[in-house]
Design a binder for this molecule. Structure first.
Ligand code: PLP
Length: 386
């Protein structure tokens, strides 16, 4: 289905938290657009508004419901096991908590403590795996999940990397919401000129791209959206060599099955590094008040790079062009991470004025921090948590 499909938000009384998956707002990023000299309408799809805090709630809900309908998951018997960078795990653990399934998540070591503790609070078992393990190594997140599935009675991997319900969740719900928001807005055009999304499994960008292309077949004006995939340096999805990077949830050392590489879908890939991603994340927070996570910064950094390029200039300068940037999760997933805790040297005029009035450093927090310590241990976790 490729037409606007829903009222924009829930109302009344919901049956459970699963009814609060998705239905996220499309928000104007006017301050960033102005500061960048862009004339186009820069819009962010803020997925942290979903109940589990990310874009992956959508696929978790759809994969579980489909597996129940087809008899793959049996209440009282099945154990849901999934390798994930955390957000799919949170969505699945949430669904399992509500529906009464046991849940095991395999999670690479680099993923945040916040994701691990939330998964545990939702009742899931969490098994950490080495970040640097190749995807097909037995000790990788996928290898360990498969071993557990083979040895635990009732073990089922719904497998976001190959499950068609993953891109379908975006084909239907994410695209339907974007189309509906544009259709009911006061923007001069109701279609997408540029869509930007990061790729982990590739489900988001593949499902959205397929829905956009299907909608375009029904359009009389022949206008086509440019679809841009954002990829971290160190991932092979958008080209380049395998390497380590801090941004979570996007990029891989293999091509997942659900990443649809049909030539008509993705027009270009663009690479960004951690520094660019985290700087753009902080801009979304500080300039737009959107408390997003690191992969949202990758998406914004990629968008701005492209709009500044020769190829992107036409859209950048068109006041009727709608640029939709997927913002996959929220910064509350990453509060213990050094990239978030490290702030630039505070030297604003207001900061200096306050310091001169109170006569001491603003970071002096009276015993809440010991001298010479940030209050965090070497992992970036609060002292006492290892
Ligand atoms: C924070 C974050 N951003 C982006 C993505 C990418 O989404 P997809 O797997 O649909 O490509 C994920 C997926 O786990 C994620 O956790």
């Amino acid at each position: 289905m490729s037409t606007p499909n829903s009222p924009s938000h829930w109302s009344g009384v919901l049956n459970s938290a699963l009814d609060a998956v998705g239905n996220t707002p499309l928000v104007r990023l006017d301050r960033i657009a102005k500061n960048e000299g862009l004339k186009c309408n820069l819009l962010g799809k803020a997925e942290f508004f979903s109940v589990g805090g990310s874009v992956k709630d959508r696929i978790a809900k759809r994969m579980v419901e489909h597996a129940e309908k087809t008899g793959v998951l049996i209440p009282g018997q099945s154990v849901v096991i999934e390798p994930t960078s955390g957000n799919t795990g949170i969505g699945l653990a949430l669904a399992c908590a509500i529906k009464g399934y046991k849940c095991i998540i395999t999670l690479p070591a680099k993923m945040s403590l916040e994701k691990e503790v939330l998964l545990k609070a939702l009742g899931a078992e969490v098994v950490r795996t080495p970040t640097e393990a190749a995807h097909d190594a037995p000790e990788s997140l996928i290898g360990v999940a498969e071993t557990l599935r083979d040895k635990i009675p009732g073990g089922v991997i719904l497998d976001q990397y190959s499950n068609p319900q993953n891109p379908l969740a975006h084909y239907f719900s994410t695209y339907g919401e974007i189309a509906y928001a544009l259709e009911t807005s006061d923007l001069p055009r109701k279609d997408i000129a540029l869509l930007v999304a990061g790729a982990g499994t590739g489900g988001t960008i593949s499902g959205l791209a397929r829905a956009i292309r299907d909608a375009e077949k029904e359009k009389a004006d022949g206008h086509k959206a440019f679809i841009l995939a954002a990829d971290p340096e160190g991932s092979i999805l958008g080209g380049g060599d395998v390497g380590q990077y801090q941004v979570e949830g996007i990029g891989y050392d293999f091509f997942p099955d659900v990443l649809d590489r049909a030539p008509e879908l993705i027009d270009a890939w663009i690479k960004s590094n951690d520094k660019e991603a985290f700087a753009a994340t902080k801009r979304l927070i500080k300039e737009e008040g959107l408390c997003v996570g690191g992969s949202s910064g990758t998406a914004l950094a990629s968008t701005l790079k492209w709009l500044r390029s020769e190829a992107g200039r036409k859209i950048a300068e068109d006041p009727e062009a709608n640029v939709v940037v997927m913002l996959p999760d929220g910064v509350r997933n990453y509060m213990s991470k050094p990239w978030f805790l490290e702030s630039e040297e505070e030297s604003s005029e207001l900061h200096n004025t306050i310091r001169s009035i109170i006569g001491r450093d603003l970071n002096d927090a009276y015993n809440t921090k010991s001298k010479g310590s940030s209050g965090l241990n070497t992992n970036g976790a609060p002292n006492g948590i290892h």
